[in-house]
Structure formats: structure tokens, C-alpha cells
Design a protein around this ligand. Structure first.
Ligand SMILES: C[S@@+](CC[C@H](N)C(=O)[O-])C[C@H]1O[C@@H](n2cnc3c(N)ncnc32)[C@H](O)[C@@H]1O
Length: 290
């Protein structure tokens, strides 16, 4: 619910604080801008130019929901939550502090709701540019506020107000993360690593994750964030049937590059069940000293 995180939200146009008006059917900023809360519970907080991207479409979000509900990525989810807990411990955040965790490109809210369930009293902001994702986000957890916003624009969040930012296979805006994090806050990033879904690459014609991805991310963040320790590699095997494989591909950008009929044919030619490698890296970054 947006009321849980209203103290952290800010006007996307001028950064002034927002408050709920008319029983939280609108958010109104100190400077007088008004943003309608959708019937489904999310709010769009975009500056004057509006949103330049639409994010995942309805079909991709539905495939994501189907795939994740199978529990195939559980070790990724657990690793992200574990790292967020470590960030709070390192920052000596008190147990009763109601820490704020902001996920960028939060999709259906699967990761964020797991983290909130594990950390008592924590509050979540789920940001995604996709309206289809926002509808899921708004109902994924009672302590999540769902916001449609563009990760590449000024985030509608107050300066130094967030304890942890999480980014799971989604866009990273290092300058904005450094601005919204509390001084002892950190970013937890999960990035796919070379070898992820290796067994599916050749038969389905999908490209591998390029090597050096984490190093490039660290370089790009350099003026704003610096790494905390080494990245943690998470690798495990999943037993997937053809329908789970179809959902996995359907929720990824590969879905846009292969014609649906060709993809269906290639999936039908696979064994009925396959062992598939999942491999990603968790990297933590902190703001440069201010
Ligand atoms: C690969 S999905 C990951 C979703 C979620 N983190 C998960 O792993 O289940 C990437 C998400 O980022 C969102 N996204 C893409 N571009 C974005 C942008 N510029 N601002 C905010 N969200 C964006 C998409 O709509 C999508 O939900």
C-alpha cells in the first residue's frame, strides 16, 4: 500500500514531499502537483515528459508469474534476501527501524515480497515502468507500494531515504541510486552470468550472456557507487519441462527476437524434461563518500 511508503516518495517533477489526499486516491506534492492512484492501487509518478518506455507487456509479465511461481529461481531469491539482510546488518539498522527496500524493475514483485517476508517490519517500494507489472506489484505484499516510473529518469524518491536498492535483471541508474540511498545503504544487483541457461542456448537459438558484464557494470557506476567485496556466484540446476521452458523464454528479451512459431517448434523438439543451469552473480555497491 502506498500509505506505508508515503514518507519516502517525492514529486517526480521537483522532488518535494508527497502526501495522500482524498483517502489516498491521489498523491499531492508540497508544490501542488497531483497524481491519481489507480483503482488497482499503483501510482504513476512521471515527470513532465511522461514515460519513454512501456517495459514488459502483458504476455511477458504473465509468463514471468507462471515461471517464478514454479519456484525454479528460489536460490536466486534467497541469495538476494540474504544480501539485503547483510546490508541492513552492516548499516546497523535497528530491528524496529522499518527499513525501506526499493526494487527497480520489480516485475511481479516476487523477489521484493520474499525479502519483505523475511525482514520483519521492512517496507518495499516496487518500481517498474510497465503498467502490467505494476498491477501485480500493487497486490504482491501488504507492505509494498507500487510505483510506475522510469529507472532512467529522476526517481520519485526522496534523497537519502532508502536502506537498500535491489535490481534483479533490470536497469541500473547509479547516479539516482547514490542519491536515494542512506549513507550506509547499498545496492544489491543480481546479473545473469555466462553459462546461464546454457543447455537451452543452441537448441533454441538464444544468445549467451556476454562475459565481463559485472566488471562493465562496476565501471559504469564508478562516479557514484563502488563495489563492496567480491561478487557472489549463485549456480544451480533446474529440472524444467517444456512448458516451464516456454515460460522462461517468454519472460525474457529472447521472446522478442524469435518468431513464436519457430520458438514453439524448437521447444517441442526438446526432451520432455531437461536439466538446465541457472547462473548469476550478486554484486553489492555502496555510494561514494559524500
Ligand atoms: C527482466 S524483468 C525483471 C523483473 C523482476 N526483477 C524479476 O526478476 O522478476 C525487467 C523488468 O524491468 C522493467 N523495466 C524495463 N525498463 C525499465 C525502466 N526504464 N524503468 C523501470 N522499469 C523498467 C520491465 O518492465 C521488467 O518488469
Amino acid at each position: 500500500m502506498l500509505s506505508h511508503i508515503i514518507d519516502v516518495l517525492a514529486d517526480p517533477i521537483d522532488g518535494t514531499p508527497l502526501r495522500g489526499a482524498d483517502d489516498f486516491t491521489r498523491l499531492v506534492s508540497e508544490s501542488g502537483h497531483s497524481y491519481d492512484v489507480a483503482r488497482q492501487g499503483y501510482v504513476t509518478l512521471a515527470g513532465g515528459a511522461g514515460l519513454r518506455y512501456s517495459g514488459d507487456d502483458a504476455a511477458m509479465v504473465a509468463e514471468r508469474e507462471t515461471f517464478l511461481s514454479g519456484g525454479h529461481f528460489a536460490p536466486f531469491v534467497e541469495a538476494v534476501t540474504e544480501h539485503v539482510q547483510q546490508v541492513l546488518d552492516a548499516g546497523e539498522v535497528a530491528d524496529d527501524a522499518s527499513p525501506v527496500i526499493c526494487e527497480i524493475g520489480a516485475g511481479t514483485g516476487y523477489y521484493l515480497s520474499h525479502t519483505l517476508d523475511s525482514i520483519a517490519g521492512s517496507r518495499g517500494i516496487g518500481i517498474d515502468v510497465s503498467v502490467h507489472a505494476a498491477k501485480h506489484l500493487a497486490r504482491c505484499h501488504p507492505r509494498v507500494g507500487a510505483v510506475i516510473a522510469d529507472a532512467w529518469a529522476r526517481l520519485p524518491i526522496a534523497d537519502q531515504s532508502v536502506d537498500a536498492v535491489t535490481v534483479i535483471f533490470a536497469p541500473r541508474n547509479a547516479a539516482e541510486f547514490a542519491r536515494i540511498l542512506k549513507p550506509r545503504g547499498q545496492v544489491v544487483v543480481l546479473t545473469a552470468d555466462t553459462g546461464h541457461l546454457a543447455e537451452l542456448r543452441e537448441p533454441l537459438g538464444i544468445i549467451d550472456v556476454e562475459s565481463g558484464k559485472v566488471e562493465r557494470m562496476i565501471e559504469q557506476a564508478a562516479g557514484n557507487l563502488r563495489p563492496v567485496g567480491e561478487s557472489d556466484t549463485i549456480e544451480f540446476e533446474m529440472l524444467l519441462d517444456q512448458s516451464s521452458i516456454a515460460s522462461q523464454i517468454g519472460m525474457s528479451p529472447s521472446a522478442r527476437h524469435i518468431k513464436p512459431e519457430a520458438l514453439a517448434e524448437r521447444i517441442a523438439a526438446l526432451p520432455s524434461q531437461m536439466t538446465v543451469t541457472a547462473r548469476a552473480k550478486v554484486t553489492r555497491l555502496e555510494p561514494l563518500p559524500r
